[in-house]
Design a protein around this ligand. Structure first.
Ligand SMILES: C[S@@+](CC[C@H](N)C(=O)[O-])C[C@H]1O[C@@H](n2cnc3c(N)ncnc32)[C@H](O)[C@@H]1O
Length: 363
């Protein structure tokens, strides 16, 4: 089935289909915490520990450690007090202690300890990678291949880029239409959307299909830019959607886009989750500088809730992202911190389908 109509929504929510893949790494992260670090036994002896104390003791980096704690919280293994999510700092995500489940089943001195249940995956490459990522903060190679590059490097290889862009594109056909439909009331006055790191261009395509007055520019790097061009032609949208090839970090956005129409909407779909806080903040700062007053930034992603305790499916997906990229699934509060740092007004989260949703921030 190859339906080119962009106004054609499936009747069902694909959440369960995506979840099997999105959660693929979560068991290995919990396994690493049990087998490589005996983390839960330590937390039993050191209740009310902050992220920075945990990181100092285990010599862990804040980003992967935060993903582990969020997964444990979402799974009911730990409880956390005093989460200052609205003022997130990398070294401060509350004081964590074991829950009853954690005490009874995850500490090695408990009669109900279930550590041996994870022993069969003790030598898994993904589990070993998690131990190293926790210690170094650096992502592993794509799908734990010993001779491979990490995901960011792999995206510069034409064959890998085509395959991975296909992966994002198939997901985006339904997610993009839901996003576009949800945004209709907010974008009724908007004219031109900049789709930063737009992948196959599917989000720009669905956005202009559902908002006929809207035009879009997809910003991508080589070799994905060529894929966008052929996809936009395939949809017959070349009049409405243009492509800009460049590096979103090193290029100055105003200079790069000086010949393009003025942008009053910036979309970052599944982009910020690839990067650590400073890079994500720099992209949000660039969006703020580009937009006119009242301009809109749309962050579309799998987003952790304000309590940093779920949804479980997003906390599980964050383990995968933390392993293969320099990022993770950020929370509503973390995004609001970055938005406020840039000068945006705070934004609320609105869910769409498949554990995804969006935040719209106004300049
Ligand atoms: C996870 S994909 C998201 C694609 C699309 N927005 C979506 O939601 O499916 C991230 C994209 O960032 C692009 N990218 C990574 N680094 C970039 C850079 N420095 N400049 C421009 N694009 C970049 C990659 O080529 C990739 O297509």
């Amino acid at each position: 089935m190859n339906d080119l109509r962009l106004n054609n929504l499936p009747q069902s929510d694909p959440a369960n289909v995506l979840r099997f893949r999105d959660r693929q790494y979560a068991a290995d992260l919990i396994g690493a915490a049990i087998i490589e670090f005996d983390f839960f036994s330590w937390l039993q002896d050191n209740p009310r520990s902050s992220l920075s104390v945990i990181c100092e003791h285990f010599d862990w980096h804040a980003r992967p450690a935060d993903v582990l704690l969020t997964l444990c919280r979402a799974s009911g293994f730990i409880t956390s007090e005093e989460i200052c999510d609205g003022n997130y700092r990398a070294d401060d995500s509350g004081l964590s202690s074991l829950s009853i489940v954690g005490q009874e089943h995850l500490t090695s001195t408990s009669p109900w300890f279930l550590g041996p249940y994870y022993q069969p995956i003790a030598d898994s490459k993904i589990l070993k990678d998690f131990a190293s990522i926790l210690r170094t903060g650096k992502p592993a190679n794509w799908q734990a291949k010993s001779d491979g590059a990490d995901w960011h490097e792999s995206m510069k290889d034409p064959q890998f880029a085509r395959s991975f862009t296909g992966l994002m594109n198939c997901r985006g056909l339904a997610l993009g239409q839901h996003l576009a439909k949800s945004l209709i009331p907010k974008l009724s006055e908007s004219k031109h959307l900049l789709d930063v790191a737009g992948g196959s261009g599917i989000y720009s395509a669905t956005m202009v299909a559902h908002n006929p007055h809207l035009r879009a520019t997809v910003w991508e790097q080589a070799p994905v830019d060529a894929i966008v061009r052929s996809e936009i032609e395939r949809y017959g949208l070349s009049e409405k959607v243009s492509i800009f090839s460049g590096d979103m970090f090193s290029n100055d956005w105003q200079t790069s886009l000086s010949n393009a129409p003025a942008m009053d909407v910036v979309l970052m779909s599944n982009v910020l989750h690839d990067w650590d806080w400073p890079e994500a903040q720099s992209l949000i700062n660039k969006a703020y500088a580009l937009l006119p007053p009242k301009g809109t930034l749309v962050i579309h992603d799998a987003i952790i809730n304000a309590e940093k305790a779920g949804p479980l499916a997003v906390a599980e997906y964050s383990a995968l992202l933390m392993n293969i990229t320099q990022g993770k699934c950020y929370s509503v509060g973390e995004y609001n911190s970055m938005l406020a740092n840039a000068g945006f007004q705070p934004a609320e989260f609105q869910s769409t389908i498949a554990d995804r949703g969006f935040m719209t921030a106004i300049k």
